[in-house]
Structure formats: C-alpha cells, structure tokens
Design a binder for this molecule. Structure first.
Ligand code: 5GP
Length: 195
C-alpha cells in the first residue's frame, strides 16, 4: 500500500442532506486544512446553477463507460438512473502533493473506497445526517429540479442510506451548515494531529 501525504476524506450521506453546501463552507472557512474537492464525473444533466468542471464533469454514457473500462475510477455507482464516478488519477496526484482530498459521494461508492483503501492510514470517513427525515424531504422537494417519481426514488433511497451510519468513523448531524462544517473541520484537524 502506497503511503500518501494527504488524507482521503469521504463525506457521504443521503442525497439532499446538504453535503455540497457543508463541503463548500468547510473549504471556505478552513483554508488552513489544505482541502481540495475531487470533482466527479456524471452522466446526469447539469442543474441550472451547476458549473462544468467545478460541480461535476458532465459526460456522455459512452465516455463514462470507456473510463470505467479503462479502470480510471476509484469508485463508481449508479444513482437514480445516472452514473457517478471518482477519477482515480486526480485523487492520487493530489494526495501525493500533500492535499487533503474530499470525496462527496453516496454510500455504495463510499463502501468501495473503504474496501479498496483498507490499511490506508489517511482514510477518514464521515456520514452527514439530516436533523430529521422531514427536513430532508423538505430539502429534496425544495430543489424543484426533478419529477415527482425521481423525488420519491431519492427519498426511498435516503431512508435506506441513513441506516448505514455505523460503517463510518464519524457521524455529523447537519443542524446548520456552519455547525456541520465546523464539526468536520475539528474531526480533520484531530486526524492531522494524530497521524
Ligand atoms: P446529485 O445528482 O444529487 O448531484 O448526486 C446524487 C448522489 O450521488 C449524491 O449522494 C452525491 O453525493 C453522489 N455522488 C456524487 N458524485 C459521486 C461519485 O463520484 N461517486 C459516487 N459514488 N457518488 C457520487
């Protein structure tokens, strides 16, 4: 097992829990943590506010499948009909350069990373929980970007995902974005001190 200088930080949790908002606040408020976000590839269509190469690399099924075949993903999953994957080479390069890399991914992909990185002392896994299921539903419905059947599928998935917290080193409840970001910053600082 290669020893990387930087950490590999998984932030997982149900879709709609606020992973992106928490991650953005965490990175803005805590530049001393030397964090960098691993941009995933997806076959999903961009939402209105999303930026290519910042939020995701939006790709065709064909391109995604050829990357998968070439073994370019650290992990990948299909989520509500679309494919998502983490480009492996980027992650390794960033960690080699001493950056602490954040993966913001769903539970199936997180599981694959946990398996692949067994014995990797730089791995840190965090599960972000909503304060309640009602709050999560409010958030997912509030996005207004998806059809009702897709929303229902995301909610059903979320219920199952929320039962997997015990696989993670830490669980953080997203009461507010600031509080969750600060809690995660403390967890990362502690890990950096104790390496
Ligand atoms: P969304 O369509 O809401 O952006 O993402 C759907 C779910 O896929 C979210 O839980 C999100 O965190 C997750 N996701 C985003 N990128 C990746 C990835 O590269 N791999 C995996 N496994 N999940 C991802």
């Amino acid at each position: 097992m290669v020893t990387f200088k930087g950490l590999l930080i998984i932030i997982s949790g149900p879709s709609g829990v606020g992973k992106s908002s928490v991650r953005k606040t965490l990175m803005e408020k805590h530049p001393q943590l030397n964090l960098v976000y691993s941009i995933s590839m997806t076959t999903r269509e961009p939402r209105v506010h999303e930026v290519e190469g910042e939020d995701y690399f939006f790709v065709t099924e064909q391109l995604f499948d050829s990357c998968l075949k070439a073994g370019n993903f650290l992990e990948h999953a299909t989520f509500v009909g679309h494919k998502y994957g983490t480009p492996k080479q980027n992650v390794d390069k960033l960690r080699e350069a001493g950056k602490n890399v954040i993966l913001e991914i769903e539970v199936e992909g997180a599981d694959q990373v946990m398996q692949a990185c067994k014995g990797d002392k730089g791995l840190l896994t965090i599960f972000l929980m909503p304060p309640s299921f009602a709050k999560l539903e409010e958030r997912i419905r509030g996005r207004r970007s998806e059809a009702d059947d897709v929303i229902k599928e995301r909610l059903t998935k979320a219920r199952n995902e929320m039962e997997l917290t015990n696989k993670y080193m830490y669980t953080v409840i997203n009461e507010t974005i600031e509080q969750a970001a600060d809690e995660i910053a403390n967890i990362i600082s502690k890990k950096l001190r104790n390496r």
